[in-house]
Design a binder for this molecule. Structure first.
Ligand code: ADP
Ligand code: MG
Length: 360
């Protein structure tokens, strides 16, 4: 990435639009100094500013990264070349390979099927379509991300899968069982045995130690104590929380609490883990650790994970991303054999494209 070149390009485009550094800064809600630093190649705009900056300068993301106008006929090669280089520079040399194939001979099977699911809410005679004809499948052991603006239906979708709420239309099957066919009691049992939840607010009990919080789930299932202890300690080791097991939730860091919630969710060996913005409240180091944990859980414990996230970096850990808007899945991206940097670039591009589409 040539920061100097990008800086000159920003300055040129800004002048072409007849804006001063101060005016551009004002429109982006940042200081003049920040714009001056970009233009002299001393720093790069923050990730969150890429899209608004490009909109203001009327350039594409690729052009911003390339630091020059790109002619339509060069677009394809330039795009791949530039984005890859930028992302590699930005995320650091080796962020791990994306190759996460199932072991040879392991049959792939769909653990979750969502078919033509719609959800309408009625409030005061007014009907809101929170979900409209949503269909997708999730394979065992895969890590699926759900992205979309606020209000696009992400939480509604997780609630329907968790059978906290029921669809107005359509069918949800987990492990071959239709959730609608289960009685309340059967559903509670099913949830305990097959689903794990990780939500932003952790939901840990403050009067119990971390160890007891994790054990609680197993106690409910009346597991023999000695099996329980072994499993909790092994999992705590993998999640790097063995040193805080005897402490209370309020005595440990946010990252450790989140990993404890993670341990509690997986100790039951659920088929699916549902996570609603699990990295939302974490600093970037804790977020990375949690995402590495998720990847490990998919690979080693065979859990499928469905994760709602706003963050492109978190999404880049997934095998597949579903992009939601206005209660529908607008498009999706498969990671395939791509490494994380490449996938990150593709998600970023898709996000920018969707943003452009939504203005049309
Ligand atoms: P997201 O999680 O993507 O922000 P939600 O699933 O929370 O979106 O909401 C999708 C839409 O459904 C929104 O328009 C929201 O106002 C509406 N909605 C969600 N839950 C309810 C509810 N319990 N009653 C009425 N409307 C709801
Ligand atoms: Mg939500």
């Amino acid at each position: 990435m040539d920061q100097q070149k990008i800086g000159c390009f920003i300055a040129r485009q800004r002048k072409e639009k007849g804006m001063t550094q101060g005016e551009l800064a004002g429109k982006l809600g940042i200081t003049d100094k920040a714009v001056s630093k970009w233009e002299t190649g001393k720093s790069m705009p923050d990730l969150s500013l890429f899209v608004p900056l490009c909109t203001l300068l009327e350039i594409t993301l690729n052009e911003l990264f390339a630091g020059e106008r790109i002619l339509a006929e060069q677009l394809k090669t330039k795009t791949d070349e530039v984005l890859l280089q930028v992302i590699t520079d930005w995320l650091g040399g080796d962020a791990g390979s994306g190759k996460r194939k199932e072991a040879e001979g392991t049959a792939l099977c769909d653990i979750l099927k969502v078919e033509n699911v719609s959800k309408r809410y009625r409030a005061g005679g007014l009907e809101t379509a929170a979900l409209h004809q949503v269909s997708f499948r999730v394979e065992k052991g895969s890590f699926v991300g759900i992205m979309g603006a606020s209000g696009s239906g992400k939480t509604t979708l997780l609630n329907l899968i968790a059978a906290i709420d029921s669809p107005s239309e359509g069918v949800i099957e987990i492990g071959g069982k239709r959730t609608a066919d289960l009685s309340d009691e059967e559903m509670a049992k099913f949830r305990r045995e097959h689903l794990g939840f990780i939500f932003q607010e952790y939901n840990l009990l403050n009067t119990l130690t971390i160890y007891e919080n994790i054990a609680l789930a197993l106690t409910i299932r009346e597991e023999p104590e000695k099996d329980m202890d072994g499993r909790i300690r092994k999992l705590a080791g993998k999640l790097d929380i063995q040193s805080v097991l005897m402490q209370f939730p309020y005595e440990v860091s946010g990252g450790q609490r989140q990993r404890c919630a993670c341990a509690r969710a997986v100790v039951m060996k659920p088929d699916i883990i549902l996570a609603d913005e699990p990295t939302g409240a974490l600093d970037s180091a804790s977020a990375r650790q949690l995402l590495d944990t998720f990847t490990m859980l998919c690979k080693e414990e065979g859990a499928a994970i469905l994760m709602v996230t706003h963050d492109v970096l978190s999404a880049s850990y997934c095998d597949r991303i579903l992009f939601m808007r206005d209660g529908e899945i607008k498009t999706s991206l498969e990671r395939g054999d791509a490494d994380r940097q490449t996938f990150f670039a593709r998600i970023l591009q898709k996000t920018a494209w969707l943003e452009e589409e939504s203005w049309k």
